[in-house]
Design a protein around this ligand. Sequence first.
Ligand code: GLC
Ligand code: CA
Length: 521
Amino acid sequence: MSKKQPKWLDDAIFYEIYPQSFCDTNGDGIGDFNGIISKLGYIKELGCNAIWMNPCFESPFGDAGYDVSDYYKAAPRYGTNDDLKRLFDEAHKLGMHVLLDLVPGHTSWEHKWFKESMKAERNEFTDRYVWTDSIWEEPEGMGCIRGISERDGSCAVNFFTHQPALNYGFYRPDPEKKWQQSVDDEGPKATLEELKNIMRFWLKNGCDGFRVDMAGSLVKHDEDGKGTIKLWQNVREFLDNEFPEAAMVSEWGEPDKSIQGGFHMDFLLHFGPSHYNDLFRCPEPFFSSRGKGDAYEFVEKYKENYEKSDKKGLICIPSGNHDMDRLARHIHGDELKVAFAFLLSVPGAPFIYYGDEIGMNYVENLASVEGGYGRTGSRSPMQWNSGKNAGFSTAEEDKLYIKLDPDMNRPNVEKAVSDKGSLYNEIKKLISVRQSYEALKSKGGIEFIYAEKNKYPLAFLRTSDSEKILVVINPSGREASFESGLVPAEVLYNFGEKITFENGKITVPPVSAGYYKVNNE
Ligand code: GLC
Ligand code: CA
């Protein structure tokens, strides 16, 4: 399927901001738009030229804002719609782009649409959600809200109990179950039109696109994703006509489907069969210097996804996000640098989760905040300096949205920036190398040349029409080698001891990484 491609995505490097925890400017203990605006320069200095911000709309915050109660209104705790528009403007002035987080699959049960849909009497919102037609019938396999409405029925939920599922129809409605509507019925069609209205509203107000939450979850009983793909193709047509510069990134985790649906990029994440966890988050991650990890399954899956997405759709491998453990919970010190040498040399836009650039820790044993549960430890306040509340907020400590990392030696931006050997400075270097070579950027090709079961290192070629770049990564604490006749023409980047090329063999020192230009045969 052809789709309009925003040019700016080609060299976009994203920084994910969890707005609650980034920077608080009015001392209420919660981050805000003005705080983000005040740190745009910092993000740009690191080398990131794009931002993805988690949901910042009105919400009771039962799932940190993924439970929207008004899609058209910024959450007052972050600021007003005008403040958000100013954020877009200020970012644009710096040549940066901003993605909002679109949550199309469900709302909060406090949304006025849901309140209307709970009424017994038919109204405009009766079919906005997936309801059975009897309180005694539950929607199979979906979980539901029941017993709180005047309406006789149970409403399907999409995630937590307080997140009723919006109705985009069933792929093949069961004729015995009249309440299962088809994607072409009026209710589902109206939901989709409203979704486009929401997108139109924010794109007109200056946002540059969306990261789409649970993008694969919209059409029900749609195991192969066919109905949901079709739905997104409809959205793609709308974007091609009205907003060809808008970027669409899906949280789907199945690039073969999402790219067909018209998304530009999809994430490989910690869930599903991507083997992402083998790299960074498992008892023996590939990127640990213990050297007991295995990247083989990941590479196999990656290659499969790469082929299936036609090599055109981009697969993004984020450093982390608000749903998974911090990278630094499992790997440390130089291991993190080697991990970033990988993350910043693969195709697809890199996504750096706020704080990962300074090696922020997962904060252990926190009580759940706003539906975070185990995710709460990855959402703690950004550490800017060694002052009060690490420079995040002037509030009293007990007023902070989430507790700060209590570690006396916790990293902070001020220290990281001034320390030449810091992770921050290594990432900055890596970004500037990536941005200097077409082959290393998002759309350059990738060809794995060494990825063996239970073996180190990992090596691949990145390619463009005119360049060929060899990337060699050895996270292990032991020297590793492999046979290859490739001869480097120029060193573009090196971390650790020097990698040697001799007699058809490449020998890679412990915990090291390198990028080399190689001649085109
Ligand atoms: C996505 C979000 C997650 C949220 C869930 C429900 O996975 O990333 O934070 O809880 O969807 O919206
Ligand atoms: Ca605030």
